[in-house]
Design a protein around this ligand. Structure first.
Ligand SMILES: Nc1nc2c(ncn2[C@@H]2O[C@H](COP(=O)(O)OP(=O)(O)OP(=O)(O)O)[C@@H](O)[C@H]2O)c(=O)[nH]1
Ligand SMILES: [Zn+2]
Ligand SMILES: [Zn+2]
Ligand SMILES: [Zn+2]
Length: 263
């Protein structure tokens, strides 16, 4: 849950503080009956504050879901597919879009809504491909929401039947909680981030329609366990679709373009 925007998963039990400590009690490891008077993990929950916070989150998310449903309805009526791209900062979302638009742009008109806290850097990169792009700067905000997509679409004016790529704010936490009204959610993880990310940020991977494992050209140079990463994703989402790609080298990108053609 983030205190800036009040976002969180409804009913997730509020904030948990877990104290992890080394065991050096000299007891054997067969049992855990060492009576030094604490529970593992230790949880500290302030009940009253938690109740108020959860109510606020539900209001924010309920309002967002209504706007997202309206976005989805309007887009579907006009045969427009919006794709919500989410990842940590720097996993390669904009690079993937630059290559994707150049590769498929002649087949289906593609437009882009860019989300970042500040700057027009990503919009300028997309603009250089000749594609129409709108940048949404969220300031202190850590995710796009359905109202921002409504506003972005009003500026973008996508034609019927087009693809609208939405690059969310680089963040593996909050964007997962906000439905925009998209047709599909794509989560990108790159091999420089560590194979444990799906286990540490499960909400993001649980809601993904497709996971792209990017920067596989770097596998010879980084310590990244592909099998472990794939296993962790499968534990969170057993039917997850996963494609291994290199946005810069083009490896695996045809499978991604084929997937997009099905939207
Ligand atoms: N080696 C390698 N580098 C890549 C690949 N894809 C992206 N990069 C590099 O990774 C860096 C970050 O890429 P961006 O496309 O800006 O990442 P982003 O996800 O859009 O970043 P934010 O918008 O800040 O969240 C750039 O230096 C890219 O050139 C890839 O497949 N292989
Ligand atoms: Zn202990
Ligand atoms: Zn970007
Ligand atoms: Zn947030």
């Amino acid at each position: 849950m983030c205190s800036t925007c009040g976002c969180g998963q409804p009913g997730d039990g509020g904030t948990r503080l877990t104290v992890v400590h080394d065991h050096d009690h000299g007891h054997d490891s067969s049992g855990h009956g060492h009576g030094h008077g604490h529970e593992h993990p230790q949880q500290i929950v302030v009940q009253e504050a938690e109740t108020r916070t959860v109510l606020l989150e539900q209001e924010i998310l309920a309002k967002n879901d209504g706007l997202a449903a309206a976005n989805r309805h309007r887009l579907q009526e006009r045969g427009i597919a919006a794709i919500n791209l989410m990842s940590s900062p720097g996993s390669g979302k904009t690079t993937l879009l630059e290559h994707t638009i150049r590769a498929i742009g002649s087949r289906r008109q593609s437009l882009v809504i860019e989300g970042d806290q500040e700057t027009l850097y990503d919009a300028e990169r997309i603009r250089a491909t000749g594609t129409k792009v709108v940048q949404i700067n969220t300031g202190a905000g850590c995710h796009l929401d359905a109202q921002m997509l409504t506003s972005g679409l009003a500026e973008l004016a996508p034609p019927d039947g087009s693809l609208v790529f939405v690059e969310n704010v680089g963040n593996l936490v909050c964007p997962a909680l906000f439905d925009l009204g998209e047709a599909a959610r794509v989560v990108i993880i790159s091999v420089t981030e560590g194979a444990d990310k799906p286990a540490k940020y499960p909400y993001m991977f649980r809601t993904a329609d497709l996971v792209l494992l990017n920067k596989i050209d770097l596998l010879p140079y980084v310590d990244f366990d592909v099998d472990l990463c794939l296993r962790l994703i499968a534990q969170i989402k057993p039917d997850a679709q996963i494609l291994q790609v290199s946005a810069t080298k083009g490896t695996g990108m045809d499978a991604w373009y084929d997937w997009l053609a099905g939207l």
